[in-house]
Design a protein around this ligand. Structure first.
Ligand code: AMP
Length: 539
């Protein structure tokens, strides 16, 4: 036996923070504020403020492992919390502001959040669920003109400039957490470690994957409450890229203006955002010329080929990626390099067919497709459930026995996505086993909607299915069997659902049918319904 002679050096976010301050002091972080003005400062100032915030949290009583929730959009203060909380030994828990207030409360309580850092513009949302939660301290980032007296003032805490005593951190310590609604049943928590975040950051930053460098200006449009904005804030800080944060202004014109003003070279978000960008560019093709050559990381839902083609016309390069809350999130990235690119360059059709695939696995991210007969060959044809494993893949959910069936006996995570894998390792997601709808990057539970619909007096049976939608990717369609002699309108059904669901979750349309097809064991044949309504016209 021989012992390795290398240092046991922990992979922690403290290193990312210290490196950012020491090496990239003059790099800028720009954020668009609610009043549309631009806030800008350097990594040097960012580093100083992160330490002050970390110390302030310690002063408020933060202990190792304590959860600090955030309810914020993408800006410098959220970025400060991204580093200050884990470096102070806490666990950053980003709350999704698009969820129904009752669900936000459930998630905050289940996570055991002690503190909340919130944008003042979101206080009205907080008021809707505050009685259901028990945050010990609420820290308010005041950016809007309206005065309010609630909670501790974020800027005052930082201005007091307390001295930070860094806690001893192990790489396996919890650093962040995020809940997924992408499963049936209650939202489930995934707890990331310093190590899992650091390894994810290193792997995604490499050139054949997302490839972020110091020369880049990165604009994460994907919300910082969606799986750490795909890890991109950490990636930017590790490599020293300039950050341009869009704040609450996510419409296409505001984004294009920001891209142009700050010379953004790489941006990231769900397909719905890029459809808006495509339309704005088609409307005014000459207005934003400096965005040419920009890379757009697109994930969260499949990217339609037509979108890749349309953005190519403006010299905007789509990088298609796939991931899940449980996978930190990035697992696959499509950069059609090497052999496949050469083949594709000679054949335009083939090139687009390749670019529509979800990509190849990152280093240390292992994949297999499992069909009924066992592990599927990498032949680009045999479909199976995509199963994954790796150092940034969850091994369990936070304090939950339920959901355990998502891991196989031999230690792989079952994604619930159906895929083929080709000879070169390119994954193509072809379907989904999960009975859910993904609309503009947000999950909608069809089962919960069905249960609520059948509680309406006129409804005998109900199925809710995902139907393709040109803007949102998918939207829910209600397929309803009425009780004999009953009649009901879409509005009446949605009024019935309204109090329990976020507005984006309500079906846009209903079809009334005599019966819902079922299997011999009585299960609704959702696939048959999806096929029947796949060309549904939403207009
Ligand atoms: P979430 O945990 O909310 O990030 O959702 C993860 C799920 O989103 C995956 O299991 C897929 O069903 C879906 N998804 C994410 N990225 C893609 C993609 N590029 N193509 C198709 N589906 C995707």
């Amino acid at each position: 036996m021989i012992a390795a002679t290398m240092m046991d050096f922990p992979l922690t976010l403290s290193h990312v923070l210290e490196r950012a301050g020491a090496l990239f002091g003059s790099t800028e972080i720009v954020s668009r504020l609610p009043d549309r003005s631009l806030h800008r400062y350097t990594y040097r100032e960012f580093h100083r403020r992160v330490l002050a915030l970390a110390a302030a949290l310690q002063g408020l009583g933060l202990r190792k492992g304590d959860r600090v929730a955030t309810l914020m959009c993408n800006h410098y203060a959220h970025l400060e919390a991204y580093l200050a909380v884990p470096c102070a030994g806490g666990v950053l828990h980003t709350l999704n502001l698009r969820l129904h207030p009752d669900d936000i409360a459930y998630i905050a309580n289940h996570a055991g959040d002690r503190f909340l850092i919130i944008d003042d513009a979101l206080l009205p949302l907080y008021e809707k669920f505050s009685k259901l939660t028990a945050f010990e301290r609420v820290i308010v980032v005041r950016m809007s003109a309206e005065a309010n007296a609630l909670g501790d003032d974020y800027e005052q805490l930082i201005a007091a400039n307390p001295v930070f005593t860094p806690p001893a951190l192990a790489e396996t310590d919890a650093a962040g957490m995020c809940y997924t609604s992408g499963t049936t049943g209650r939202p489930k928590g995934v707890v990331y470690s310093h190590r899992s975040i650091v390894l994810h950051t290193l792997a995604t930053a490499t050139v054949d994957y997302i490839g972020v460098s110091r020369a880049d200006t990165l604009c994460p449009v994907v919300p910082m409450f969606h799986v750490n904005a795909w890890g991109l804030p950490y990636t930017a800080l590790m490599v020293g890229a300039k950050l341009a944060m869009p704040g609450p202004h996510l419409d296409a014109v505001s984004l294009l203006d920001l891209y142009e003003a700050e010379r953004v070279t790489i941006t990231a978000g769900v397909p719905t955002i890029w459809l808006g960008i495509q339309q704005a560019l088609e409307h005014e093709p000459e207005r934003w010329r400096l965005t040419r050559g920009m890379r757009m990381v697109v994930g969260g839902a499949a990217v339609p080929e037509a979108l890749i083609r349309a953005l190519d016309r403006y010299d905007l390069q789509v990088i298609h990626g796939w991931g899940m809350t449980e996978t930190s999130p990035v697992g696959l990235v499509n950069c059609t390099k090497g052999e496949l690119k050469d083949r594709g360059d000679r054949d335009e059709e083939l090139s687009y067919a390749l670019r529509t695939k979800q990509g190849v696995p990152l280093p240390f991210f292992e994949i297999r497709a499992v069909a009924e007969k066992g592990v599927a060959p990498w032949d680009g044809k045999t479909m199976g459930e995509l199963q994954v494993r790796g150092p940034w893949v969850a091994a369990s959910y936070h304090e939950l026995a339920e959901g355990i069936e998502q891991w196989t006996a031999d230690g792989w995570f079952r994604t619930g996505d159906i895929a083929t894998i080709d000879r070169a390792g390119y994954v193509n997601i072809t379907d989904r086993i999960k009975d859910l709808v993904k609309s503009g990057g947000e999950w909608i539970s069809s089962i919960e909607l069905e249960n609520a619909l059948v509680s309406h007096a006129a409804v005998q049976e109900a199925a809710v299915i995902a139907v393709p939608h040109p803007k949102w990717g998918e939207r829910p369609l209600g397929v309803v069997v009425l009780k004999a002699g009953m009649n009901v309108t879409r509005k009446a059904l949605n009024d019935h659902l309204g109090p329990r669901f976020a507005s984006y979750a309500l079906p846009d349309a209903y079809v009334f049918v005599a019966e819902i097809p079922r299997t011999s064991t009585g299960k609704m044949m959702k696939a048959k319904l999806r096929e029947a309504y796949k060309n549904w016209s939403w207009s």
